[in-house]
Design a protein around this ligand. Structure first.
Ligand code: ZN
Ligand code: FE
Length: 242
């Protein structure tokens, strides 16, 4: 049976994600920035949380780990950031497999936002958890890496099948989209998407997950033709007040 994926809003604009395999009766929480809302959603569904998968060390993605661990979850995350994630039980890196029930995700190392940032890619299920690297119409800030790192990540993401669903770590779409309209003023797909995004946000609705196909059409960072162009977009976005 397919995995079920549930969005859990945490903190001010983060998303934690629950991955549930009904056959195995197993649940993974991805990036629980705080535990309470995640544990509440798990309990509401009659599930128990068996694992946490962490994309990077930032507290808005790991803040709930200790409490999830106390609730019985095994914590998997980037080996390269183990010193900054004291709750880690299982350390992984590029090419490793992580499992929920009979479903397997491959770990991709995608540095730039943080130096050891990882993503979890379910190739068969056509799903990827990108943390703070790929966002809807945006990419993560370059805190511990450079534009060449993030450009390489974007090239890898862009090579995935269009129908791959992208589960990212934040509701940043509207702000990203306002900049995307400026970065690519002639891209009609961005303008069209922004009408939907503005309407969804006005109704208080989320705008993620997204898909690789949608990002290939509307994300200036994924569409950048070189590391230099991505660097230019990133610099401009960092100071953009839309
Ligand atoms: Zn972050
Ligand atoms: Fe974050």
């Amino acid at each position: 049976m397919a995995i079920e994926i549930v969005r859990v809003p945490v903190l001010s604009d983060n998303y934690a994600w629950l991955i549930h395999d009904a056959d195995a009766a197993e649940t993974v929480a991805v990036d629980p920035g705080e535990a309470a809302p995640v544990l509440a959603e798990v309990a509401r569904r009659g599930w128990t949380v068996d694992q946490v998968w962490t994309t990077h060390w930032h507290p808005d993605h790991t803040g709930g780990n200790a409490e999830m661990k106390a609730a019985g979850a095994r914590i998997t995350g980037p080996a390269a950031e183990a010193a900054k994630i004291p709750t880690l039980d299982v350390m992984v890196a590029e090419g490793d497999s992580v499992r929920i029930g009979t479903h397997t995700a491959t770990v991709m190392t995608v540095p730039g936002h943080t130096q050891g940032h990882i993503a979890f890619h379910f190739a068969n299920e056509r799903a990827i958890f990108t943390g703070d690297t790929l966002f809807a119409m945006g990419c993560g800030r370059l805190f511990e890496g450079d534009a060449a790192d993030m450009f390489a990540n974007m090239q890898r993401y862009a090579a995935l099948p269009d129908e791959t669903i992208v589960y990212c770590g934040h509701e940043y779409t509207q702000s990203n989209g306002r900049y995307a309209l400026v970065a690519e003023p002639d891209n009609a797909a961005i303008a069209t998407r922004m009408i939907e995004v503005d309407a969804a946000r006005a109704r208080g609705e989320p705008t993620v997950p997204t898909s690789i196909g949608q990002e290939r059409a509307t994300n200036p960072f994924l569409r950048a033709s070189s590391a230099e162009q991505l660097a230019e977009f990133r610099r401009a976005k960092d100071s953009f007040r839309g």
